[in-house]
Design a protein around this ligand. Structure first.
Ligand code: ARG
Length: 463
């Protein structure tokens, strides 16, 4: 009820200040202070443009632009007192600017609204995060490439249904993730290209009667162009949703890989040893070395995907143009971005440090009749059997080996002939796992030569 709480930005129409609960639900300064650098960059560009267009004086623009730098250094130095009564980062910065430079501060908001201001700030912030995600993904890809190069010809079981399927190479498995993370980076790059249009100058929703130059502010802020429709400019948050969608897919990939690392590092598999730096011990079981980082990465998708769903729900029923609902766009995106960057860094560290257990991989590759398909293919090639018949003959040999408790290469030639009389000694040459992988020379296949070609292509691409 007092002047003390009355808002200086719109106090003219209001007789009383807000209720404390109203203030609490309304304020966003608790989180949108993260946009301070973007907010100040946007305001500096706006002020310069206003002066260039003759809308404010050069003197005022200079005072505003310099004052904003003072405010920036105060915030960055931790000397800025944020006020909940001032609601958000935009009004906190402007109010402080007034204290620093006086009257000219009041001219900054000419031809602008917080609606285009926040849309601009948030785009700038999300754009930086898309770039950071790409950097994180490339670092992870490079760590994977080193693993792939070292183990281009190490054999391991390839799985379907988590049942041994066919032997593959370690390098091939690593390169599968390089491809996935490469597409993830591509999604961030696509989203970035689409989001790189500037909302500033859309004002509240309808544009402005001042002779502003939206191309100039767009260019000053590194945007490709101004957004073409002022209603759209202040209304949509699809750029943040695209970021979250790309982040969700990346997190899904990270989660799958994390799951594999959890399985592979178990005593039952022993495919990899994770470094001490990325493992933890147990407070009660002295023998334990737990893959906590992998488990946490596996779980983090919940927060990222949750943010995607939450923002979609915020946006889905909103009439054009701005509604205060849209203030709820930020926290989730901040959390999702932080979570993603941490997960990427942790995964990169784990991959960089981990040691593949070549002997365990090879032993596992040879078990589970993993070369049964090679045997069937040989029957087709050498004896001219239709594939379906070859499949049947091989199946009976697998059953025989299973009964005897041995692997396919351990069956005698006579036993082989019992399934099909045409089988010769030559069959044994395709039953070894190294022969098996070496034969898979089709483009993109698991043969070491193919893997090395994939590695070379990506090395060139990533530089
Ligand atoms: N803090 C607000 C947000 O984040 C800024 C825009 C406020 N606009 C308004 N018309 N009340 O969305």
């Amino acid at each position: 009820m007092t002047d003390r709480t009355q808002n200086t930005m719109w106090g003219g129409r209001f007789a009383a200040g807000p209720d404390a609960i109203m203030e609490a639900i309304n304020a966003s300064i608790g989180f949108d202070r993260r946009l301070h650098a973007q907010d100040i960059a946007g305001s500096r560009a706006h002020a310069a443009m206003l002066a260039a267009q003759g809308i404010i004086s050069d003197k005022d623009a200079t005072a505003i632009r310099e004052g904003l730098l003072t405010v920036l250094s105060e915030i960055e130095g931790g000397n800025f007192v944020f006020s909940t009564a001032l609601e958000d980062i935009h009004m906190n910065v402007e109010a402080r600017l007034k204290e620093v430079i006086g009257e000219p501060a009041g001219r900054l908001h000419t031809a602008r609204s917080r609606n285009d201001q926040v849309a601009t700030d948030f785009r700038l912030w999300v754009r930086d995060q898309a770039d950071a995600a790409i950097v994180g993904l490339v670092a992870l890809q490079k760590a994977l490439l080193r693993q792939a190069e070292a183990g281009a010809d190490w054999v391991m079981p390839g799985f379907t249904h988590l049942q041994t399927a066919q032997p593959v190479t370690w390098g091939h498995h690593m390169m599968a993730y390089v491809e996935m993370f490469g597409r993830d980076a591509g999604r961030f790059a696509d989203a970035r290209a689409r989001m790189n249009e500037c909302p500033l100058g859309a004002a509240a929703l309808a544009g402005t009667s001042f002779p502003i130059d939206r191309h100039a502010t767009a260019e000053a802020l590194g945007f490709d162009r101004p957004m073409a429709n002022s209603l759209d400019a202040v209304s949509d948050r699809d750029f943040a949703l695209e970021f979250l969608a790309a982040a969700s897919i990346t997190a899904m990939h990270l989660s799958r890989f994390a799951e594999e690392l959890v399985i592979w590092s178990s005593a039952q598999f022993r495919f990899v040893a994770l470094s001490d730096r990325f493992s933890t011990g147990s407070s009660i079981m002295p023998q334990k070395k737990n893959p906590d980082a992998a488990e946490l990465i596996r779980a983090k998708i919940g927060r990222i995907m949750g943010a995607n769903v939450a923002l979609m729900m915020v946006m889905k029923g909103l009439p054009l143009a701005y509604s205060k609902d849209m203030q709820e766009d930020k926290e989730q995106v901040f959390d999702a971005a932080d979570t993603l960057m941490l997960a990427l860094a942790a995964m990169e560290g784990m991959v960089r440090d981990m040691t593949a257990n070549r002997a365990s991989l090879e032993a596992a590759a040879a078990s589970g009749f993993s070369t049964a398909t090679d045997l069937a293919d040989w029957l087709v090639r050498a004896l001219g059997l239709p594939f379906r018949d070859a499949h049947h003959v091989t199946g009976s040999l697998v059953a025989l080996a299973e009964k005897k408790g041995c692997d396919l290469p351990e069956l005698s030639l006579d036993e082989m002939k019992s399934a099909h009389p045409g089988i010769t000694q030559e069959v044994y040459s395709v039953l070894g796992v190294h022969n098996s992988v070496a034969s898979r020379q089709s483009y993109g296949g698991t043969a070491p030569d193919q893997v090395r070609a994939q590695v070379a292509r990506w090395k060139e691409r990533l530089g």
